[in-house]
Design a protein around this ligand. Structure first.
Ligand SMILES: Nc1nc2c(c(=O)[nH]1)N[C@H]1C(S)=C(S)[C@@H](COP(=O)(O)O)O[C@H]1N2
Ligand SMILES: [Mo]
Length: 223
């Protein structure tokens, strides 16, 4: 696998990259080429007309039952060795470009519903850590603030343009039951991976613990 990365590297490189110090520049170049080849435009999940969107039925309250003070809420970001990399308020996330998508939310229990999400692309959030995330980081762990619900997500899905840190559903701020103040939303995975009320994000070098994966579901649960 790494030999393949090296191969990509040899065809990378542009003048614009030159300001980034050598090692990091190489890693970023490699990542970009890998991810963009994995997810070409024709791999976008279907989007729907906005008027087809409705408020999702509430499903799954693990890790969101306790009252939290939304004014105190923040995301804590950890690196692969558990070290703290930073914290973010909702204002920080809202400072990133806002994107919307009207997609079909699929639950592994057998229902699907079209809804509309508004939020920041996870890829834009990743850029805040561009100087620390190298090709060895292949997994993103997310947890509720109380750690009762947790997921492991592959980096390719997280970098995809339809993977959002969502704070709105049909233009309304998320309510508690839907994961206020911030949740994951992506049409690329079943609902079980779309963690409501994100409290912790950890960048990892390998897949980590996953609530439903630990309980026998295929950890990939892609569509
Ligand atoms: N924190 C947390 N997030 C969660 C769950 C949960 O139990 N706890 N359930 C998941 C499942 S199975 C689904 S289908 C979606 C449902 O999102 P909704 O309640 O907004 O429809 O949330 C997902 N995220
Ligand atoms: Mo679900």
């Amino acid at each position: 696998m790494f030999a393949g990365f090296m191969g990509w590297r040899s065809v990378q490189g542009s003048a614009a990259d030159r300001r980034i110090p050598g090692v990091l520049r190489d890693v970023h170049g490699v990542n970009e080429s890998i991810w963009s080849s994995l997810f070409r435009e024709d791999h976008l999940a279907k989007e729907f007309a906005r008027e087809d969107a409705s408020i999702l039925r509430v499903n799954g309250r693990i890790g969101i039952d306790d009252e939290i003070d939304l004014n105190q809420w923040q995301i804590v970001v950890h690196g692969p060795d558990g070290e703290e990399w930073g914290t973010h308020t909702l204002a920080d996330i809202k400072a990133l470009p806002r994107h919307e998508m009207t997609i079909e939310h699929k639950c592994i229990e057998g229902w699907a519903q079209v809804t509309n999400w508004g939020g920041a692309r996870f890829s834009d959030f990743l850029n805040l850590y561009a100087d620390r995330i190298d090709g060895a980081i292949t997994d993103v762990g997310m947890e509720t603030p109380d750690s009762k619900y947790y997921v492991s997500m592959d980096m390719a899905t997280m970098r995809h343009r339809q993977t959002l840190l969502a704070y709105d559903m049909i233009d309304q701020p998320l309510d508690d039951a839907h994961g206020a103040p911030l949740r994951l939303a992506t049409p690329l995975k079943y609902g079980i991976k779309q963690l409501k009320r994100i409290g912790v994000i950890q960048f990892r070098r390998e897949p980590g613990r996953d609530y439903w994966g630990d309980r026998g579901y295929d950890d990939y649960v892609g569509l």
